[in-house]
Write a protein that binds this ligand. Sequence first.
Ligand SMILES: Cc1cc2nc3c(=O)[nH]c(=O)nc-3n(C[C@H](O)[C@H](O)[C@H](O)COP(=O)(O)O)c2cc1C
Length: 239
Amino acid sequence: MPNPRIPCDCDENKDTDEWGDPPEETSRLARVDLRPHHTTPYILYKEWIKAAEDAGLTRCQTQVFSLATVSRCGDIGNRMMPLREFRNNMYIITISSYSTTFQHFKETRKCTMLFYLAYFKYRTFFLRQIRIDCKVKRLCSGITELYHDKEKLAGKVRYEICKSGQLVDWEALKKQNDRTVIKYRCGKTELKMPDHYVGYALIPHKYEFLHTEAGDYIPDRVTFEKNCDCGWAIRRIMA
Ligand SMILES: Cc1cc2nc3c(=O)[nH]c(=O)nc-3n(C[C@H](O)[C@H](O)[C@H](O)COP(=O)(O)O)c2cc1C
């Protein structure tokens, strides 16, 4: 009879238990850990982002989110969008007025943001989703200009030479890019904010936090919905 395999800490065989048999399937409930100080969703949002960054996710992973929009006639748009800033409990983004996002914002003034945070900590694979329903409000050009000033050179050149979504001759655009960079370096252009560079504040009225872990878990979800008195109704809902 073969000797049973002796388990050790460096065992990488995750598909079997310590005796080499397939592990028995089970089912557990994950839990969103709500504490008394979680009176607003902003606190939990910041804590979840910080926990993900402390566990090693980069800002590219925690500050770029999926943005869903809808047109007046129900056409759906979805794209990844970098967060410029979370300020006064609003999410600031900058876009081109040639984009579908702009058109949808103009028509329906609403969107849904989605952050996905997947990371390994305490020997656990955390899987978290933060979904945020928002109204949108266009920023005045003075404020938007502050964000344009902070764009890296590639961002400024992009908005100088690109009309988002329009057909492109790649070689011609490359030449235009290279010429613009040279002109900028020689001080012949300041790359000022063009008219189609627009800023928006996404103002949340509903959050949904979903937490689960890799393994045999049923996710847990907690929603925060804004009341008319500016408080938040907090509910735990089923996966
Ligand atoms: C990492 C990353 C960064 C992006 N940064 C921006 C941005 O700052 N502004 C923007 O309008 N689009 C940005 N995009 C592109 C959008 O995802 C999208 O393609 C573009 O806005 C046009 O989409 P739309 O016509 O559906 O609005 C970025 C995409 C990725 C993946």
